[in-house]
Design a protein around this ligand. Structure first.
Ligand code: ZN
Length: 564
């Protein structure tokens, strides 16, 4: 069945809830481990059914936010997910109390219990109304951003298709585009301020209701982080300041020199090369068929995967009006289908979709045979290793996409990847600041951003741009609204992906086999254990960071970019 042919109907919550409650009760009363194992399988089936409908509605809504039907279905799930989560939570409570834990751990591994435990500790019935409100506000954010009207020279753009113009070689066009973007955001800034303030207050209140000091620890648990805490992350951010920020500063100076600019303005950062940024050659259909060839040659496993995606039409790649911004990869568990969503825009981003999002979906494809739905996805920082490393494993095929621009692409991709780390760490530090100080005013919050931005060397000349000067740049970063504290994950994963890059340059086959092993493991282990299995060094160790970053720095130093 193709994605479009999958029938959708709104699940009947009452019968699903009662079915689950019966199964959970049987689980609690079970007199043998085998009985519990069988019940876990039945619970998985019911969950797959419910969660698949939710995902289908969400995908179809994100493809066309103007579609009234799926808009209301999406709202239905926003409204009812907390009650569903509550039922599932009683299941995890029963798991944590199971008499047969050691037998179950023999069958499924220890990690399932870690996940069950943090799930129990991050949910409370008392918070259901607040959770509903939180869902509502973050959906409102999505709609504001998707419907943002960016007017450049009388033409209308959306956040999904503006980025090629933001990196145009024509400096004055680039400037008009950046101005238009921030103007559009400025028109919504009061709403965006209010939404965020509302979300911070709601999240803080939920933490207080559950006896936490603030939202930070609760958020870590919600993200299933079972093997590190906010202190480890703070140390890691320090290593970024120490080892990465100086490297990125050098890269910025090289960029400015290359472009022959007297100073870097806020509208220059996206423009990397005088001759234009590297662009994939050919129409989107050609890019997709190059992707098909690449995966056919890369390995038998990637070939099987990509053919499956094509056959079942599990990719919606091109930008359209009303389509939600950004890209994601997800799973429709009932059908064992992964799905890729993106907004192609004619830049190298399109190739990144076929590598990054495809890296995620490849892992899903490999782990959908894991026995528990909890193991389909690893935690988010581990999940990004699959996607970001795939970007590097794809390097030998990049000439197919970029032809004569391939050197420029690799320089741009690698320098872009390392330049991202300070930004990612800044977004994370900002969130710690926000949730550790939940009651400060909106303007103090924005002033906090300006300070952090400076510390991570992210600033360029803002000229008279009042939106940027007010410290609201972060509002564009949807994660802050939608999934708080989900951001440092990208940087942790990037440091791991860099290691796969180094290894694949030395010995592709052996690096690939470690990577495949990591994909097969899915979410069956926590982050740091997955790293051990994949023979990767932990980013939480300062010396590891130093070593990884040094290699990238040396490599980039050797490339002559002056003529690019
Ligand atoms: Zn990703």
């Amino acid at each position: 069945m193709k994605f479009n042919e999958i029938p959708y109907k709104r699940p009947e919550l009452e019968s699903i809830f009662s079915e689950l409650n019966v199964l959970i009760k049987k689980f609690q009363e079970a007199s043998s481990a085998q009985e519990q194992i069988d019940l876990m399988k039945s619970i998985k089936e019911v969950r797959n059914e419910m969660e698949s409908f939710k995902t289908i509605a969400s995908i179809r809504h994100s493809i066309n936010t103007n579609d009234k039907f799926y808009d209301s279905e999406n709202k239905f799930f926003d409204e009812n997910s907390p009650a569903y989560t509550s039922v599932i939570n009683t299941y995890y409570q029963a798991v944590v109390k199971s008499k047969f834990q050691s037998e179950l751990a023999n069958e499924f591994g220890e990690h399932f219990f870690n996940v069950s435990k943090v799930t129990v500790e991050s949910f409370d019935e008392k918070n259901i109304e607040l959770l509903k409100e939180e869902n509502k506000l973050s959906s409102e954010y999505n709609v504001i951003i998707a419907q943002l009207e960016i007017i450049i020279d009388d033409k209308k753009y959306t956040i999904g298709n503006i980025s090629p113009i933001l990196s145009s070689p024509d400096r004055s066009l680039r400037k008009r585009a950046a101005k238009a973007l921030y103007k559009a955001l400025e028109l919504k800034q009061t709403e965006l301020d209010k939404l965020y303030d509302g979300l911070v207050k709601i999240r803080h209140q939920m933490a207080i209701n559950m006896g936490y000091e603030n939202y930070v620890d609760l958020a870590y648990k919600k993200l299933n982080r079972t093997d590190y805490d906010s202190k480890d992350v703070a140390e890691y951010r320090k290593a970024i300041k120490e080892y990465v920020v100086p490297v990125v500063k050098k890269l910025k100076i090289r960029q400015q020199k290359r472009l022959g600019l007297d100073s870097m303005k806020y509208y220059d950062s996206g423009f990397k090369f005088k001759s234009g940024n590297p662009k994939p050659k050919g129409k989107s259909s050609e890019i997709i068929s190059q992707g098909e060839k690449m995966y056919a040659e890369m390995s038998p496993e990637t070939n099987e995967f990509f053919q499956f995606m094509l056959k079942h039409e599990l990719m919606d790649l091109e930008a359209k009006e009303g389509k939600m911004a950004g890209g994601y990869a997800t799973i429709i568990g009932k059908y064992k289908y992964p799905f890729i969503f993106s907004n192609f825009n004619g830049t190298s981003h399109d190739v990144d979709v076929l590598t990054h999002e495809a890296g995620h979906t490849f892992q899903f494809f490999r782990s959908l045979s894991q026995p528990l739905p909890e193991y389909y996805y690893p935690t988010l920082e581990a999940a990004e290793i699959h996607s970001m490393s795939m970007e590097f494993f794809a390097y030998p095929w990049m000439d197919k996409f970029f032809k004569e621009d391939v050197k420029k692409y690799k320089f741009s991709h690698l320098s872009g990847s390392i330049s991202f780390l300070p930004y990612g760490a800044a977004i994370d530090e900002f969130q710690h600041f926000v949730y550790e100080n939940p009651n400060i005013s909106i303007s103090d919050r924005n002033a906090g951003w300006l300070k952090i931005e400076e510390e991570y060397g992210l600033t360029s000349d803002k000229e008279d741009n009042s939106y940027l000067l007010s410290g609201r740049f972060w509002q564009k970063q949807g994660h802050l609204y939608r999934v708080p504290f989900y951001y440092i994950d990208y940087t942790l994963a990037q440091v791991c992906a860099f290691q796969f890059w180094e290894k694949s340059e030395e010995d592709f086959k052996s690096a690939w086999s470690d990577y495949l092993h990591l994909c097969n493991l899915g979410g069956s282990l926590p982050f740091t254990k997955l790293l051990e299995e994949a023979k990767l060094k932990s980013p939480f160790v300062k010396d590891n960071m130093k070593g990884v970053i040094q290699k990238i720095d040396e490599f980039l130093e050797k490339i002559d970019d002056s003529e690019m």
